[in-house]
Write a protein that binds this ligand. Structure first.
Ligand code: KG4
Ligand code: ZN
Length: 348
C-alpha cells in the first residue's frame, strides 16, 4: 500500500483536535493542534454541550490551517480524513463529522469514522517508546474505565469495565464535593499531593470481587459522608483536611486500578500493560503502576502526557492504522454520528 497522509479530527467533547499523520517510513505524526474549551466551561462547573458544539465550529478551520502550516503539507496532499464518530456529545460530534465529510468531499478523498476509545487505546503507539501487540490496556477516561486484551488494530477483547461511574467521572465528581473547579481530575490530583497518607482511609471497591470489573460511585459517596462528618464536627474543612480527603480518595482509586490491571496482565500471560485516557495522566497512578509492575517484570506504556486527554493525533493515528489494515473506507458525503457506541459494537 502506498504511503498515505491522514487528517484526524476530534470533537467528541470539550477539545477540538486536528492532526496530520503520515504512514510513510513506518509512520509519523507530522503536526497536531488542540484547542481546549476548559476556560469557557469553567464558569458553569462542567461542559455545556451547546457551547461546546459552537466552539468546535469556531476552532476547526484555524486548527486545520495551523497543522497544514506546521507540517508544510497542502490540503491537496491529504489522502483520507479520519474523524471521531462517537461516543461523545451528539452536537459536538456532528460538528467534527460534518466538517470532515465536507472537507473530504471537496478533496475527493474517503473518510474514516473512528471510535473515540480506539483512538485512546492506540495513542501509546505515538510515543517514542511504543508497545508492540499483544498487550493489556487499561482505558481510564472521563466516560470509560475498561480493561482490554488487545491483539492488534481492531482486535479488542473486553476483560472488565466499570459498573457505574468511570474513573475520571469519579475524580471529577469528588473534586466538585471538595469545592474544586472543573475539570476536577487534575485539580484533585494536585490537592492530593499535599494530603497525608492514611489520614482518611476509604473503601477499595470491588478489589476482591474475583473479576476485572470496577465500581467507583460508592467512593464518591464515601467522600461525601466524610465531608459532611467533618463539617458537622467542626465547621468548614480547612485546606489540610481537604488535601487528606483528596489523598484518601486518590489512593483508593489508584490501588484498585493498579491491582486489577496487574491481575489482568498476569492472567493473560502477557508482559505489557498500556494505560490510556485522561486518568492515565495521573502521576500517582503512574508511580504506583511503575513500581509494582517492575517487581513482576511487566513493562508499562503510557501515551505522551499531551495525548492522554482528548486530541486529534490519536484519531489520525487510529484512522491511518485502520487504513493500513485494509479496513473499508467510506465515500465522503452521507454520515451519522454515534453518541452512544460501545467499543464491543466495533468488533462485531
Ligand atoms: O480521555 P479524556 O480526555 O476524556 C474522555 O474521553 O472522557 O479524560 C478526561 C478525564 C476527566 O475526567 C479528567 O478529570 C481526568 O480525565 N483527568 C485526570 C487527570 N487528568 C485528567 N484524572 C486524574 N488525574 C489527572 N491528572
Ligand atoms: Zn477521551
Amino acid at each position: 500500500m502506498p504511503p498515505m497522509l491522514v487528517l484526524g479530527i476530534e470533537s467528541s467533547c470539550d477539545e477540538t483536535g486536528v492532526a496530520l499523520y503520515s504512514t510513510a517510513a513506518g509512520g509519523a505524526l507530522l503536526a497536531h493542534a488542540l484547542h481546549t474549551q476548559v476556560v469557557m466551561h469553567q464558569a458553569y462547573g462542567g461542559v455545556v454541550p451547546e457551547l461546546a458544539s459552537r466552539d468546535h465550529i469556531r476552532r476547526a478551520v484555524p486548527l486545520l490551517r495551523k497543522v497544514l502550516a506546521d507540517s508544510g503539507c497542502s490540503l491537496r496532499e491529504i489522502d483520507a480524513v479520519a474523524y471521531t464518530q462517537g461516543p461523545g456529545l451528539a452536537g459536538a460530534l456532528l460538528v467534527g463529522a460534518a466538517f470532515a465529510e465536507a472537507l473530504a468531499t471537496s478533496l475527493g478523498v474517503p473518510t474514516v469514522p473512528v471510535h473515540h476509545l480506539e483512538g485512546h487505546l492506540l495513542s501509546p503507539l505515538l510515543s517514542s517508546r511504543p508497545p508492540c501487540f499483544p498487550f493489556i490496556a487499561l482505558l481510564v477516561s472521563g466516560g470509560h474505565s475498561q480493561l482490554m486484551h488487545v491483539t492488534g488494530v481492531g482486535h479488542y477483547e473486553l476483560l472488565g469495565e466499570t459498573l457505574d461511574d468511570a474513573a475520571g467521572e469519579a475524580f471529577d465528581k469528588t473534586a466538585k464535593l471538595l469545592g474544586l473547579a472543573y475539570p476536577g481530575g487534575p485539580a484533585l490530583a494536585a490537592l492530593a499531593e499535599h494530603g497525608r497518607p492514611d489520614r482518611v482511609k476509604l473503601p477499595r471497591p470491588m478489589l476482591h470481587s474475583g473479576d476485572l470489573d470496577f465500581s467507583f460511585s460508592g467512593l464518591k459517596t464515601a467522600v461525601l459522608t466524610r465531608v459532611r462528618e467533618s463539617i458537622a464536627s467542626g465547621g468548614p474543612l480547612d485546606e489540610q483536611q481537604r488535601a487528606d480527603i483528596a489523598r484518601g480518595f486518590q489512593d483508593a482509586i489508584v490501588e484498585v486500578l493498579v491491582k486489577k490491571s496487574l491481575r489482568a496482565v498476569k492472567d493473560s500471560g502477557l508482559k505489557q500493560l498500556v494505560v490510556a485516557g485522561g486518568v492515565g495522566a495521573n502521576r500517582e497512578l503512574r508511580r504506583q503502576l511503575d513500581a509494582r509492575a517492575a517487581k513482576s517484570k511487566i513493562a508499562v506504556f503510557y501515551p505522551e502526557l499531551e495525548f492522554c486527554t482528548d486530541n486529534g493525533a490519536m484519531i489520525a493515528l487510529a484512522g491511518a492504522l485502520r487504513l493500513q489494515c485494509g479496513a473499508a473506507t467510506k465515500p465522503a458525503g452521507a454520515f451519522a454520528v454515534r453518541p452512544r457506541w460501545p467499543l464491543a459494537d466495533l468488533l462485531a
